[in-house]
Design a binder for this molecule. Sequence first.
Ligand code: SF4
Ligand code: SF4
Length: 95
Amino acid sequence: MLESKRTPILPAPRPQKKYEVIIDSEQCDGCKICVEFCPKEILKESEETNSRMLHYIEIVNPEECLGCKQCERLCPTTSIFINETDLQEVASNES
Ligand code: SF4
Ligand code: SF4
């Protein structure tokens, strides 16, 4: 079998941003629109209920978030937000 001698010209891109998913569990109606549209399938219905006896949304594997903000845009109750941190800015502030 032929073995490729090609090597990548550029190093693999490193993530530039970090995304934090914030959910207001009291405000969430549990409609699951965000669950349906999250491309990484990192949102799920909780076992627990909020004070209105509604199953709010929880995050599984938050580090997998792409920052696409589909959830934020589609939520009818504005209960989910994506907090974006620029890793390059964090690094330059630390140095
Ligand atoms: S920003 Fe995109 S990937 Fe992240 S939780 Fe929302 S829908 Fe999912
Ligand atoms: S779309 Fe909004 S209200 Fe509906 S389950 Fe997701 S966070 Fe809750």
